[in-house]
Design a protein around this ligand. Structure first.
Ligand SMILES: *Cc1c(COP(=O)(O)O)cnc(C)c1O
Length: 379
C-alpha cells in the first residue's frame, strides 16, 4: 500500500466534498469581460469569495487578467492585499472611523458613501495622506451612498472633490435581476446625471445582472460577483455561466422502509410506497439549508447519484440528509451524491429553500474537504 498524505486521509474521511473549479471561475470572468465590451471587468470577492475562498478566487481571477477587486470589509482587503500585492482593491463598506491610515498603508481604496467619510478622507489626504477612493452615490436603493442632493452639493465644492483622489464614481442597482423592473431605467437615468457631476472620473453601475441589461449599463467598469461563481444573475432565464462549486455528500447507509412509515424529525413526510432511502453525511451544520427539507405538504430539494435524481425525504438534520433512491438501483453505501453542482444548479436548491444561490454559497460550512481544480491553487 502506498503512503497516504494527511490530506488524502482527510479527503477519505470527510462527509462532504466541495470541489471548486478555478478554471470555470476564470472562464466566467472572461465571458463577463467579453459581455461588458469596452468596460473594464473587475471582480467582487467579498464574503470569502462568495464562499469559495478569497485568496484562491483572487489568484485565479488575477491570472485570468483581472486587476480590480471589490471586498466588503477592510479586513478582507488586507487579506487580498497579501495575496495580490499589485491589485487595485476597493472596500465597499467604506471608511471605518479613524482608520484612513490603515487603508492607505495597504493601498486599499475606500468606497466613500457618506459625508462624514468624505470629510475624514479629505482631512487625511490634506494632511499628506495618500491613496485613491471611490464615491458611492445612491440612485434608488436606500442602502449605502450619498443621496443625489448631497452629491450635487459635493460637486459644487471643487477643492473638496479634488482633495479626495477619486478614481471611481459608482452606484448599485436594486433590481437588475429583473430586467423589466422600472427602477433599472430610473437608476440609469439618475446615474448619468451623477457621473456628469464628476467629469473625468471613471464610472461604474453594473453588478453581474447589470452586465446582462446591456451596454447602456456598462459605463467604464463592471462589478460582477455571483455570475463569476456560477450563480444565476438574472431571474427566470437559463443561466449561461459555468458551475464553479460542486458539493457532494457520502452515502452512509441505504435502508429499505415500508409504505406508511415516516422519515426524520417531526415525522413530516410519510412514505407512500415501499422505499429505499439513502442517508447522506451532510446537513445544516455544513450550511446545507434546513429549509430545503421535504414534507408531505411540499417537496424539497434533490440529490443526484448514478446519473439519476433522488428527492430529499423528510427534514434536513444537523449532519444528515435523507434521499429516496428507490429509483436509483445502483445506490450503495460509500457512494457520493451531488447536492449541487453541474447536475443540480445551486439556484434550484436555493429556490426550494426559499433563498438565493448567494446565500447558499456564502454559508458553505467548514467541515467539507475542499479541492481546487485548475489555477495556482489546484491540488
Ligand atoms: C455585492 C455587490 C456587487 C456584486 O453583485 P452580484 O449581484 O453578486 O454580481 C456589486 N456591487 C456592489 C456595490 C455590491 O455590494
Amino acid at each position: 500500500m502506498t503512503q497516504q498524505s494527511p490530506d488524502d486521509i482527510a479527503e477519505r474521511l470527510a462527509g462532504g466534498h466541495l470541489t471548486i473549479d478555478l478554471a470555470a471561475l476564470a472562464a466566467n470572468w472572461r465571458d463577463l469581460a467579453a459581455r461588458a465590451e469596452g468596460a473594464v471587468a473587475a471582480a467582487v470577492v467579498k464574503g470569502d469569495g462568495y464562499g469559495i475562498g478569497l485568496e484562491p478566487a483572487a489568484r485565479a481571477l488575477s491570472a485570468a487578467g483581472c486587476t480590480t477587486f471589490f471586498v466588503a470589509l477592510p479586513e478582507e482587503g488586507l487579506r487580498l492585499r497579501r495575496a495580490l500585492p499589485q491589485a487595485t482593491v476597493y472596500v465597499l463598506g467604506g471608511l471605518l472611523e479613524g482608520d484612513a491610515r490603515v487603508y492607505a498603508d495597504a493601498d486599499l481604496r475606500p468606497v466613500l458613501s457618506s459625508l462624514p467619510e468624505i470629510a475624514e478622507w479629505a482631512a487625511f489626504r490634506r494632511a499628506g495622506g495618500t491613496g485613491g477612493a471611490a464615491l458611492h452615490v445612491d440612485t434608488g436603493m436606500n442602502r449605502l451612498g450619498l443621496i443625489l442632493a448631497e452629491a450635487l452639493a459635493l460637486a459644487g465644492e471643487r477643492p473638496l472633490v479634488d482633495s479626495l483622489g477619486l478614481t471611481l464614481v459608482m452606484s448599485h442597482l436594486a433590481c437588475a435581476d429583473t430586467p423589466a423592473h422600472p427602477l433599472n431605467r430610473a437608476q440609469l437615468v439618475a446615474f448619468r446625471e451623477v457621473r456628469a457631476l464628476f467629469p473625468g472620473v471613471p464610472a461604474s453601475l453594473a453588478n453581474s445582472a447589470g452586465i446582462f441589461l446591456g451596454s447602456d449599463y456598462h459605463f467604464d467598469l463592471v462589478r460582477p460577483g455571483i455570475a463569476l461563481y456560477g450563480g444565476a444573475a438574472v431571474a427566470d432565464v437559463p443561466n449561461p455561466m459555468r458551475p464553479v462549486v460542486t458539493l457532494e455528500a457520502r452515502v452512509l447507509q441505504v435502508r429499505d422502509s415500508r409504505s406508511g412509515e415516516t422519515v426524520g424529525y417531526g415525522a413530516t413526510e410519510t412514505l407512500g410506497r415501499p422505499s429505499r432511502l439513502a442517508i447522506l453525511a451532510a446537513g445544516y451544520a455544513d450550511g446545507y439549508p434546513r429549509h430545503a427539507s421535504s414534507s408531505d405538504a411540499r417537496p424539497g430539494a434533490r440529490a443526484f447519484l448514478h446519473g439519476l435524481s433522488a428527492p430529499l425525504v423528510g427534514r434536513v438534520s444537523m449532519d444528515l440528509v435523507t434521499v429516496d433512491v428507490t429509483e436509483v438501483p445502483g445506490a450503495r453505501r460509500g457512494d457520493w451524491a451531488e447536492l449541487f453542482g453541474p447536475n443540480i444548479p445551486v439556484d434550484e436548491v436555493a429556490e426550494r429553500a426559499g433563498t438565493i444561490g448567494y446565500e447558499l454559497l456564502t454559508r458553505l460550512g467548514h467541515r467539507y474537504h475542499r479541492t481546487y481544480l485548475g489555477g495556482a491553487d489546484a491540488a
